[in-house]
Each structure stands twice: as C-alpha cells, then as structure tokens.
Design a protein around this ligand. Structure first.
Ligand SMILES: Cc1ncc(COP(=O)(O)O)c(C=O)c1O
Length: 465
C-alpha cells in the first residue's frame, strides 16, 4: 500500500487536517473541528456509528427503498406526519436526482411550463429532455456589486395572468425558493397570489434545496415551502412538490435529499414511478440513517439553532463594522414577495486592494476557514447549524488580524499619492525597487505597496540615493 499513489485520499486528508470549519454547506463537516458544534451527545454517538450501516440488504431482513413496507416505510410516515405532506420520499443521490424525478413525473412534452430562470441545472436539463414547452422568466440583478440575482416575482405573476387571459394557461410553475446567495421567497405572500391568478395551474414545483432548515426555524417557518404547501394544496386543488437537500443545512451525510408531495394520488403515483426509474438501485443506507437522525435533531434543537444564528449574525455585524477594512452587508430587496435569508451574511472589503478571492485564500491557507461564494470585493458567510461560536470567533480574529496588519503597515509607511520618495522601496521577492528617491508617488505604487501586506512579499525601505 505504501507504494501506491493515492492522490485523492492524500489531498483530502491534507486539507481536512488544516480545516477549522466551513461557512459553506454540510454541517457534519464541522463536527470535531471546533467545540460546541452539536449539543446532543446521543446524536454524536449515533452519527459516529453510521458508517457501520453501509449494508447491502433488502426485504425481508431490512426493507426496500422503492417499495418500502418495513423500517423505511415507517420512517417515511414519521416524516409525512412531521411535514404534514401526503407523501415524502427519501433520495440518497442528491437533489440533482430529486429534481430529475419530479420534472420527469410532472412535465410532459405537451405541458406548458413556466420556470424561474435562476433554477439549478438539474431542472434545465430535465425540462429539456422532457421536451416540455417552457417559458423562462429572467431573474433580476438585486446587487450589482456581488452579482446577486433574485427572482422576478412580478414577472412570474404577470406571465401567469397573461397565459390565463390568452386561454393557454401554464400547467406547471417551477421556482428556486431560497438561493445560496441569500434571497428567499416569502412563500406565505407569493403562493396564494399565484393560486388566485393562475386557476389553470396544476403543479407548483419548489426547489428548496438550501432551505431544509427553514420549516424548523421560528423566523422562517411561516414563509417556508412545507408550511405553505400544506395550507394551500387542498384549498386550491394544486399539487405542490418540494425538494430539500438535507446535507446542505442539517447534520446528514451527502447526498441526502427528500421529495415532499402535497397533492393528488395521481401526482403521488407519478412521482413514485419516476423515483423508481431514476433512483440508483443501490441506495445508501448510511445516508438514509443519517437523514433520519438529522431531521430528528433539527426538530429537537431548532429554536436553539435559530437563536444561536441570530446571535452569531449580530456579533459578526457589530465587530466587523468597527473595522476599517470590512463591512457587513445585509441584502436590500425592494420586493414584497422576497426576504433576505437570515442565515446569510455578505462581508465586503472597503479597499480595492483586497479582492474576494484574496480574502478567501488568506482565510483558508492561514486560518483553515473555508468560504465558498465570493465576488470581486466580498465573501459570503453561510451560518448553517454546524457553525459553532468558536468558529465565529476564529473568523472574527482572522479578520481583525488582517485589518490590524493593514493599518500598521499603512501608518508606518505614511506616504500618499503626490509625495516625493526619499528612500528606496523594494518588494522582495523579486527585489526590484518600485520607488527610488526623488520619484513622485503614484496611485499604482501605493496599490503595489498595499498589496504586499496581503501577499507573501516583504517591503524593504532602504535609505539612500
Ligand atoms: C437550488 C439547488 N437545487 C438543487 C441542487 C442540487 O443538490 P445536490 O447537491 O444535493 O444534488 C443544488 C446544488 O447546489 C441547488 O443549489
């Protein structure tokens, strides 16, 4: 084994060793890295034994995912009761496949579909392979700086009204209800309007992949897909089909996903058929077991997590807004049907010297903190359930240290554009003077000097002429 090259294993082991925590997804990734991630001992013990459940057994000794009659059936019923759905199906190959299952089940070639443009690729490709008659509603830019888009909610409503008036109503609407960037639909306001104006609509497909946490959260529950689908399905005779990626926000293994259906038996049967056709024939039982654990845990600790996230968000804002280099930004959404995600925080850099990519690099390489989304001048913090208070303090310390370094260097240099240099200013490496005595200081030189603060370059200031 010693002589065999294991590039993937080696690379993952290396990064894992340095990783203190992630502000991206997959809360289980943070367990054991910092203290105080999960607060239930029983949960940790059970999760630590989950890899032993990687078994390949079916009925009658265990159960069968596609025709469950035993433990899986029992677990699905618990979930059904928890969500108030008519049917909830487990998927162990991700929401990518869940979306494919749903689209194949409810969108046929003859169907007229209205789809938000900013949906996941799995929805595009599935709609394409179904040959459905799709109209996309382009998303709108809601923050130019970080290139953040939001759904054009009014555009969707107008398209539905027009199609009804023209006598060719849409039968299916597809939306992405919570984007990774932090834009959420207020489904409590949006869905009743849709059901009122689009009398011909049969199915509303809601990809809430990033929002599995929201039905458990006191602030978001009323606006979540599960809560509103439950209330509206029978009232309007519409099928609601909701996708959740459990591993993205709760403590489950990848690729744990759930499809929940609120609607007719016909719709349920179509989804069951498509689930059978599209799911891997080797479902992962460890993932199934971890999903059950994660949902149970979320139920028990939801209030604690949402209170903690609020506190963490407040703490980050108050400390970061006192620094000179960074600002915490709350998304502003001037739209009655959209709300900012309370678990997402954008940190923007006030100097052009430090780009989002650079902050991300420094945070990972120097502090073991992983950030996924960034823009030219900002980074996105996702305060998922796996973010401990200790990790928040590591991030705060890192940003304070970068800020301090910047201030000290800047003050000690104490030069500005237009001054005349009295020394040599040499960046090493490579050891080439960027300023020589007598030279007038330009903006370009200041940029290079400041950049050296964040790069692995030293700035030598040498007297002489
Ligand atoms: C909105 C949305 N839907 C679906 C998916 C696919 O999820 P999974 O990674 O579980 O396949 C993603 C992935 O990031 C997503 O952002």
């Amino acid at each position: 084994m010693n002589n065999i090259s294991l590039p993937v294993y080696r690379s993952l082991s290396n990064v894992n060793e340095n990783l203190k925590g992630s502000f991206h997804a997959l809360p289980i990734q943070n367990i054991g890295k910092t203290t105080d991630v999960v607060l239930n001992e029983d949960f940790i013990v059970k999760l630590s034994k989950i890899s032993k459940l990687e078994l390949s057994l079916t009925s009658p000794f265990f159960d069968n995912l596609t025709e469950p009659t035993n433990a899986i059936d029992e677990s699905m019923n618990i979930l059904k009761d928890m969500y108030g759905s008519d049917l909830s199906l487990f998927v162990t190959c991700g929401s990518t496949i869940s979306n494919k299952i749903i689209i194949e089940a409810v969108c046929k070639a003859s169907d007229k579909v209205l789809c938000q443009k900013g949906v996941h690729q799995s929805i595009y490709f599935s709609l394409k392979s179904q040959n459905s008659d799709v109209d996309y509603v382009q998303d709108l830019v809601c923050n130019d700086d970080a290139n953040i888009y939001s759904a054009d909610t009014q555009g969707i409503i107008d398209s539905l009204i027009k199609a009804e008036k023209d006598g060719i109503p849409y039968s299916t609407l597809v939306i992405n209800s919570q984007t990774y960037d932090g834009v959420c639909f207020d489904l409590q306001k949006f869905l009743p309007i849709v059901c009122e104006v689009a009398k011909g609509i049969k199915n509303i497909v809601i990809d809430e992949a990033w929002g599995a946490w929201s039905i458990f959260d006191s602030q978001m529950k009323e606006k979540s897909a599960i809560q509103n689908a439950r209330q509206l399905s029978q009232k309007y005779g519409v099928n609601f089909i909701v996708t959740h990626s459990i591993h993205k926000s709760l403590f489950a293994l990848r690729q744990a996903s759930i499809i929940s259906i609120f609607g007719s038996e016909e719709c349920q049967n179509k989804i069951i058929g498509s689930h059978f056709r599209n799911h891997s024939t080797s479902p992962s039982y460890s993932i199934l077991g971890s999903m059950e654990l994660a949902l149970n845990h979320a139920c028990q600790y939801a209030t604690l997590y949402s209170n903690r996230t609020n506190e963490q968000c407040k703490k980050l804002k108050s400390v970061i807004n006192e620094l000179s280099l960074f600002r915490c930004q709350q998304l502003t959404l001037n739209n009655q049907y959209l709300i900012p995600d309370p678990t997402k925080l954008w940190i923007t850099c006030t100097t052009k010297l430090l780009s989002g990519v650079k902050i991300r690099e420094i945070l990972f390489n120097k502090y073991g903190i992983y950030i996924s989304r960034y823009s030219h001048n900002s980074i996105l913090i996702n305060l998922h359930h796996g973010v401990s208070n200790e990790l928040i303090y590591l991030l705060i310390d890192a940003l304070c240290e970068i800020d301090k370094k910047y201030k000290i260097k800047n003050n000690s240099l104490n030069i500005s554009v237009g001054d005349v240099a009295s020394c040599f200013y040499i960046l090493y490496p490579p050891g080439v003077p960027i300023l020589t005595p007598g030279q007038t200081i330009s903006n370009n030189v200041i940029t290079k000097i400041n950049q050296s603060i964040f790069d692995d370059t030293s700035l030598l200031i040498v007297e002489g002429n």
